[in-house]
Design a protein. Structure first.
Length: 281
DNA sequence: ATCCAGGCATGCA
DNA sequence: TGCATGCCTGGA
């Protein structure tokens, strides 16, 4: 068991249900979450607004994995202060207080966001769980069965046709080719920044948005500002005077300029706010 | 019943 | 360099 103490508040359901991560499931309506962490399953619960309890099916090296996954090194309070650039952002920081970023597994993140295009959260989740159930190993915790996400080697033999039969549609081709020509920089993560973003976009099926999500959620680069349709609507409404023709590129660049090294957090908070609290978007 | 969604690749100006 | 269109599927 690992106990995580935060000086700021931590909101479990905001963090796990905001759409950044797909395969954690909640019990006791949002009080407890179970999900895979690398080679094990963890149970996350909350002792008080500042304290998380992490239990695991495997205690080996748990603390460092947990510290990384929950990004305990982030200075959350400094982040909140830093992105409150106007009254709107003050409102958003307040409304989403306790929403944290998670550092996800890079491989699963690639598959997830390759599947995400023109899709939706329930469907992406369904596809990921199907892959896990078919090709990952089962682990039981507290009487519930969970599946680890398969490794590249577990999936490399699957044909494009099989992926299509799983309902991946035209994304089947992307997943298949990603597994065949598995890029080594995914394993040797020595490149970063603009270089990394460029490399990611060389992969078939990965454009600006998906590359940004993988760099933010998988590689943990907080300076990235992914622009999906929600962020697009939000930014156009509040920062581009409703100009619907504003290019995505410009929106992305503006987000990065406005929020700097905390752009990824800003994006995540805005994303939740847009979906949950702004009736016009 | 159409329509379009957490985009991308391709073709054309 | 910028814009239009097709793409699989499934849910509204």
């Amino acid at each position: 068991m690992v106990v995580l103490e935060f000086s700021e508040q931590y909101n479990l359901s905001y963090t796990f249900d905001c759409g950044q991560i797909f395969r954690f499931v909640s019990f006791n309506n949002g009080k407890t979450y179970y999900g895979p962490l690398e080679d094990r399953v963890i149970k996350v619960s909350q002792r008080n607004p500042h304290t998380l309890i992490i239990e695991s099916t495997n205690e080996d090296g748990l603390e460092s994995k947990v510290n990384q996954f929950f990004r305990v090194g982030d200075n959350y309070l400094e982040m909140q202060k830093s992105i409150q650039i106007d009254s709107l952002m003050e409102t958003i920081v307040k409304a989403t207080n306790g929403l944290h970023m998670l550092k996800q597994d890079i491989f699963e993140c690639c598959i997830a966001y390759l599947l995400s295009q023109c899709s939706n959260i329930p469907r992406i989740t369904k596809h990921l769980n199907e892959l896990a159930q078919k090709y990952g190993s089962p682990i039981e915790m507290d009487g519930h069965e969970f599946y680890l996400f398969p490794k590249r080697d577990d999936l490399v033999g699957i044909s494009e046709e099989q992926f299509r039969n799983m309902g991946f549609g035209y994304r089947a081709k992307y997943i298949h080719s990603f597994l065949q020509d598995y890029p080594e920089f995914i394993i040797n993560t020595n490149i970063q920044g603009i270089e990394l973003n460029k490399k990611l976009q060389e992969i078939e099926g990965i454009g600006q948005k998906v590359a940004d999500c993988i760099q933010l959620f998988g590689f943990g680069d907080l300076s990235i500002f992914p622009v999906d349709t929600w962020i697009q609507k939000f930014m156009i409404k509040y920062y581009f005077k409703g100009n619907a023709k504003t290019p995505l590129k410009q929106i992305r660049q503006t987000g990065i300029q406005l929020f700097g090294k905390w752009a990824g957090y800003a994006e995540e908070l805005i994303y939740m706010y847009s979906r949950c609290f702004d009736p016009d978007l």
